[in-house]
Design a protein around this ligand. Structure first.
Ligand code: SF4
Ligand code: SF4
Length: 353
């Protein structure tokens, strides 16, 4: 099995057999000229190709999460799918390795380069799964900048296997078939304003252009998706975060807001479950509270609208003394916060000192 086409098809079949919903191959040629995070040799000297793939998240758990019936179910599915994807990558890498092609399974998430000026805190990934996925035909870039797949939209976890084998590359998906109609529901569901509404970013890989909306400061997503705050400006809906700290307008204000959010929310009771992220101090856990831009992006526009409605009509989240989260009417949430001591309230909202 030394033909690049045959081995590429085998690698794709291997991943599809175990639960991937899409897979494809990019090579050092098809990635040429791409951003630094497409440099396969960063993780494996002598690398020639990468097999990129996507594994879907559970839509039933997404529905219960967006409608604020159940945070823990999707959180656990998301964490375990990430671990599954990393394990599946390791499985294929090990197989190829045993067959004489040195290979490397890339972790699905939370691995950052340590050789940048601030090391891990620069959050530069070893490889960008998103770029590899769009170049190899796993999905398109949605306006959100998330990778959107034919079957499961953006509701997937991406993985990759880098190998020294010379695999035959697959084509990117045809742009004319891309389902993203710029509905902007990803932007409407993002309380942090990460995506620029006008400007786009274009990356060129192997002579082909791929575009998505320009991303503003990543501290925006850190603040909201990190769970420190998450109340919509109209006060009528929230993410799964019980926090209500103000969300700044300007990029330059987010670093300070993030620091304040981490410090002020520190005494909140612990939420059950979650995961350990290397950027969190004192081995503190992180919980899933957002992901809205990804979770509502379904290939069917009517379903996208329905999910947006579920999100924005299901009230706001408060935290109980035992750490559990609960969605209530906005007026009830206000009463709950007003009844707290100033110290307790400060864990959730800006309290004049
Ligand atoms: S939510 Fe709409 S605009 Fe955003 S990526 Fe999905 S289809 Fe495109
Ligand atoms: S995860 Fe949440 S905060 Fe982050 S970009 Fe998506 S919608 Fe915005």
């Amino acid at each position: 099995m030394d033909d690049g086409k045959e081995l590429a098809q085998f690698a794709i079949d291997y991943l599809m057999l175990e639960g991937a919903c899409a897979a494809g191959v990019a090579t050092t040629q098809t990635l040429a000229g791409g951003p630094p995070s497409t440099d396969l040799e960063y993780v494996l000297p002598g690398a020639k190709s990468v097999v990129s793939f996507a594994v879907p998240l559970d839509p039933v758990k997404i529905e219960r999460y967006l409608s604020k019936q159940d945070q823990a179910g999707h959180q656990q599915d998301n964490i375990h799918t990430n671990f599954f994807v990393s394990g599946l990558a390791m499985g294929l890498a090990s197989y190829l390795d045993q067959k004489g092609h040195t290979s490397y399974g890339v972790a699905a998430n939370a691995v950052y380069r340590k050789d940048t000026p601030r090391g891990m805190m620069d959050f530069v990934p070893d490889l960008s799964h998103r770029y590899l996925a769009v170049r190899s035909g796993v999905g398109w870039f949605g306006l959100s900048g998330n990778v959107i797949t034919k079957t499961h939209g953006a509701c997937v976890i991406l993985g990759a296997v880098v190998t020294t084998a010379e695999l035959a590359p697959s084509d990117p998906l045809p742009p004319q078939e891309k389902y993203c109609d710029e509905c902007q529901l990803c932007m409407a569901s993002c309380l942090s304003g990460l995506m620029d509404k006008k400007e786009v970013t274009t990356v060129t890989m192997g002579g082909m252009d791929f575009s998505y909306s320009k991303r503003l400061s990543y501290h925006r997503c850190d603040l909201v998706c990190g769970g420190f705050t998450g109340l919509a400006q109209n006060g009528k809906w929230s993410t799964w975060s019980p926090g209500r700290y103000a969300i700044p307008e300007k990029d330059s204000e987010f670093k300070a807001a993030l620091f304040k959010g981490v410090m002020d929310s520190w005494p909140r009771p612990e939420i059950e479950g979650g995961f350990y992220h290397p950027a969190m101090p004192a081995q503190r856990k992180i919980n899933f509270t957002c992901g809205n831009c990804q979770l509502l992006c379904h290939p069917d526009r009517a379903e996208r609208k329905r999910r947006y409605k579920l999100l924005t009509k299901s009230g706001v989240v408060v935290q109980n003394a035992d750490g559990s989260l609960e969605a209530v009417q906005p007026s009830a949430a206000k009463r709950r916060l007003a009844a707290m001591s100033p110290e307790q309230r400060a864990c959730y909202e800006d309290v004049p000192k």
